[in-house]
Structure formats: structure tokens, C-alpha cells
Design a protein around this ligand. Structure first.
Ligand SMILES: [Mg+2]
Length: 264
């Protein structure tokens, strides 16, 4: 059986169109609500962003990690609160954002996938973003042909860091991801080597081991990154050991090089 490398998408292989296109378009659609006419446009957008965050937060709080990534449902729920019932289809907005250039591949993404495949691995995207929002981006930036598949929460009923999502993929050798409490915690819970993509890694070296991250030289940095981890409070199971990756690298290409040199 061909071994598999799974890769997170946002922050590892690609920039999605939500921040610069999908969310602004949704807010523009909602700002006409009669419930917001007493506010300036800026205040209305702030209130709407808070409403979206609250809805997402409520889903995270009840540990419904699959529903927390169902953006059509989240925006429709917020829309109903503001008496707006004709919300735009998020997949259509993603496609518009892709066509308008609101997406790009992150540096080294194409080279990394080629390198992993040449080293004998299957490459599978493992993302908490639903397939209908993610695959069109991969097609738009030319990464889809370099991936053997995409696995996501709505297909399996689990989301990272739940190990069941990793187990659903098959014989995974290593997982690449940028979010400690989704990617690294999830990979460790699933018994998969975790490659942490962290552009802020304060070192010239291309690759830092988990042991080094917990040494005096890197401990302050590692602690600071954990403090900045906004989802961590939803995962009380996360111990220091479960948040420690196999290796930390600055970008996906350095991660692919670490895999090729150490595991093949
Ligand atoms: Mg990510």
C-alpha cells in the first residue's frame, strides 16, 4: 500500500478567498437589514462580524466541530436573525473569488507536492474546510492535479483534531499543518508524525525537532505560539506533549525536504 502524506490547506498550501472576498460580500448583503439602519456602515459590519463569530463560537462550544465549518448554514442563521432570507451561495462566492484572483498558492506548494510524490507518497488534502469551498480553490491555483484526494469533515462526521478524521484517510505517514490545536494535536492523537508549518520560526535552520522546540532555545517561542492559539480552549485534551510536533519548518517545501531526507 502506498504511504500517504496528508496536508492541511489554509496556511500550508493556499490562501483562500474568504477574508478578501467571501466575507466582505456576505457582510455587504446583510448590511441592508432593517435591524441595522440605526448604525453606520462600519458599525453594522462590526455587529455582523460579531454575530458570525458568536454563531461559530456556539458551535465550537458544543463541540459540534463539523457544523462549525458549514459556512452556508452559519451565514443563513445570522441572516435569519437580521430578517435577510436570500443569502448568497458560498460556493458561488468562492468561485467568483477564485476567478477574481483572491486566491494563491503559498510559496513552495507546487514544488513540495512534486517532491513528496517523487519520494513515493500519495498526497491527500486533510482540511476542516468543506470540499465544496476548498476544491475550487485548488483547481484555480493549479494544485488539484498534484493531490490524490481531499478529505473533509462533512464526509466523515469528524473534524481536526479528532483522530477519527485522520484514521478515515488510511495509512498516513505524516501530516502537515499550521494550527497547533488542529493539525499537531490531531496528528499526535492519531499516531501520525506531525510537521508543523510555522513561518515565524525564529531560526535560520530549515527544520527544528520537537525536542528542540521544548529546549530553552525555543521554549519562549513555542509558549508564545501556544498562547496565540485561539482554538486551544476548545481542546482540554491538549497536553504539551500532544502539541509538540515531530518537526517544525518555515514552509511546506522545507517540510517535504524533511520527509524526503528522513523517511525515505
Ligand atoms: Mg491551516
Amino acid at each position: 500500500m502506498t504511504p500517504i502524506i496528508t496536508l492541511d490547506l489554509d496556511g500550508v498550501l493556499m490562501q483562500n478567498p474568504f477574508g478578501s472576498y467571501v466575507i466582505p460580500t456576505v457582510l455587504k448583503h446583510l448590511e441592508g437589514s432593517a435591524k441595522l439602519t440605526h448604525l453606520t456602515r462600519e458599525e453594522a459590519h462590526k455587529a455582523l462580524r460579531q454575530a458570525v463569530t458568536q454563531e461559530w463560537q456556539a458551535r465550537m462550544d458544543r463541540r459540534d466541530f463539523v457544523a462549525a465549518y458549514h459556512w452556508d448554514d452559519i451565514y443563513q442563521t445570522v441572516g435569519r436573525h437580521y430578517d435577510i432570507h436570500d443569502m448568497p451561495d458560498v460556493t458561488a462566492l468562492v468561485n467568483e473569488g477564485v476567478a477574481a484572483g483572491h486566491v494563491h498558492a503559498l510559496p513552495g506548494a507546487h514544488e513540495a507536492l512534486h517532491l513528496l510524490r517523487d519520494a513515493g507518497f500519495r498526497t491527500v488534502a486533510l482540511t476542516n474546510g468543506y470540499r465544496k469551498y476548498q476544491w475550487p480553490v485548488l483547481e484555480g491555483i493549479g494544485l488539484a492535479p498534484l493531490l490524490d484526494g481531499l478529505e473533509s469533515p462533512e464526509a466523515h462526521g469528524y473534524a481536526k483534531p479528532q483522530p477519527e478524521l485522520f484514521h478515515a484517510v488510511g495509512d498516513v505517514t505524516a501530516h502537515f499543518g499550521d494550527t497547533l490545536e488542529h493539525d499537531i494535536l490531531g496528528a499526535n492523537l492519531a499516531g501520525v508524525k506531525a510537521v508543523w508549518i510555522v513561518p515565524a520560526l525564529p531560526d535560520e535552520q530549515a527544520c527544528v525537532s520537537g525536542e528542540e522546540l521544548n529546549s530553552p532555545a525555543f521554549q519562549p517561542f513555542f509558549d508564545e505560539m501556544q498562547r496565540k492559539s485561539i482554538y486551544l480552549k476548545h481542546h482540554p485534551e491538549a497536553t504539551q506533549q500532544l502539541l509538540t510536533p515531530w518537526v517544525a519548518v518555515r514552509n511546506v517545501l522545507d517540510g517535504a525536504r524533511a520527509i524526503a531526507s528522513r523517511l525515505t
